[in-house]
Design a binder for this molecule. Structure first.
Ligand SMILES: NC(=O)c1ccc[n+]([C@@H]2O[C@H](COP(=O)([O-])OP(=O)(O)OC[C@H]3O[C@@H](n4cnc5c(N)ncnc54)[C@H](OP(=O)(O)O)[C@@H]3O)[C@@H](O)[C@H]2O)c1
Length: 362
């Protein structure tokens, strides 16, 4: 039996309230103070992961009790120390690899420091997150009958670990690309790299809302703790893949635009009869892609630091996609705000687009 663990943390204070009822009555600052003091904890035992090859794995969710906002605002060494202690707990439980969930891989250097101080292998899960986000985008484009070769793709958070890999992989296949971030120099460096690698000259922008107004596809994957896109900014018929946790697209934005398709990146069907023994808001048997990467590496017996640092290896993104196929992991359709979007729901959005265009002209 192979063994893995995955570090989770509350995305925001409301998340803590949802999971631990009575705590929601405490004022936010007091709750944050309590979270800082809670030591790493075993959250649940994960059973029933069974590959199509017959390999089996079990694991644990281990909790690092800091919100995304705390992870960005507290001193970095303090946050990293807590993540390292949580990874060490994973090792004590018997895991041979630990995945870094949500902001535990965003803070600092993308897991490099954590890996240096952890006795077992560490992975951010970002390679498989990229792979499945792009699978979702291609699937949606196909249903929307959108030809990628003629499409304008905008990537918000393009200079990050996940964003830059998405941009580099998609660049050879699309007509226009806009890279959006917060730092002009980093954006410029990425656009030069993409020009060298694929011959595509990308636009760069520091202004998400104006930069996405003509985008057919938006992949948004920032580490912002609040939404970064306004409802009016999206083009009618846009396909929006929101990989970020917390989300970059708020529910209000998505609800106010019935002519755009907003879905979550990276939702995966796990093979076997998996029981996470913990409700993180997904239907039974499905997980985030970053969790799935950790399981995949365990099933494969690849106890090594696979996805680390802020620059992903595109080769590893392809490799983890192949491993997913081998072990029977696959994209679990598309989901949007705790709801599955089946093909008919997606086609219904597509069918609203021309009417919207007509009413805009009227
Ligand atoms: N769905 C999943 O399975 C999954 C898996 C892993 C991670 N995630 C989520 O993916 C997100 C990104 O992860 P990552 O590892 O790629 O992080 P990262 O390497 O730190 O990159 C984050 C990017 O967002 C940019 N950014 C931050 N705030 C912004 C803002 N207000 N406006 C525009 N750009 C902004 C950063 O710009 P700078 O370069 O200027 O810092 C950077 O380019 C996080 O929300 C994480 O929780 C999801």
């Amino acid at each position: 039996m192979e063994k893995f663990a995955f570090i989770i943390h509350p995305l925001d204070i409301e998340d803590v309230g949802r999971k631990f009822g009575p705590l929601k009555y405490l004022p936010g600052p007091i709750l944050e103070g309590i979270l800082k003091m809670i030591p790493p904890l075993k959250v649940s035992h994960i059973t029933g992961v069974r590959s199509e090859t017959g390999a089996e794995a079990e694991g644990w969710f281990v909790g690092c009790s800091l919100t995304a906002k705390q992870m960005l605002s507290l001193p970095e060494d303090q946050v990293l120390a807590k993540i390292i202690k949580t990874a060490q707990l994973a090792a004590e439980l018997g895991a041979k690899i630990v995945g870094l969930g949500a902001f535990t891989s965003v803070v600092g250097d993308g897991g490099i420091t954590v890996a240096k101080h952890t006795p077992i292998a560490v992975t951010t899960g970002n390679s498989y997150t990229v792979y499945t986000a792009l699978e979702g985008v291609r699937y949606a484009a196909n249903l929307f009958e959108l030809d990628l070769e003629r499409a304008h793709v905008a990537i918000i958070g393009a200079t990050g670990s996940i964003g830059s890999a998405c941009a580099r992989i998609l660049a050879p296949d699309v007509k226009f690309m806009t890279l959006i971030g917060r730092n002009q120099n980093k954006l410029q460096r990425l656009s030069e790299l993409i020009l060298t690698e694929s011959g595509l000259a990308c636009k760069v922008s520091l202004e998400p809302n104006s930069a996405i107004s003509s985008a057919d596809i938006v992949i948004t994957v920032t580490s912002a703790v609040e939404g970064v896109v306004d409802a009016h900014a999206l083009k009618p018929g846009a396909i929006v893949c929101d990989v970020a946790r917390p989300r970059d697209i708020s529910k209000q934005v998505a609800e106010s635009r019935d002519d755009v398709l907003v879905f979550e990146g990276g939702v995966v069907q796990v093979p076997g009869d998996v029981d996470f023994n913990f409700n993180f808001g997904f239907p039974p048997g499905t997980s985030y892609a970053c969790m799935a990467e950790t399981m995949l590496l365990a099933l494969e017996g690849r106890y090594e630091n696979f996805s680390l640092g802020k620059e992903l290896s595109l080769e590893r993104v392809r490799e983890i996609g192949q491993l997913a196929q081998k072990h029977g992991f696959k994209l679990a359709g598309l989901r949007s705000f705790e709801r599955a979007l089946d093909e008919s729901a997606i086609l219904a959005i597509r069918d609203r687009i021309p009417q919207k265009r007509v009413s805009k002209l009227a």
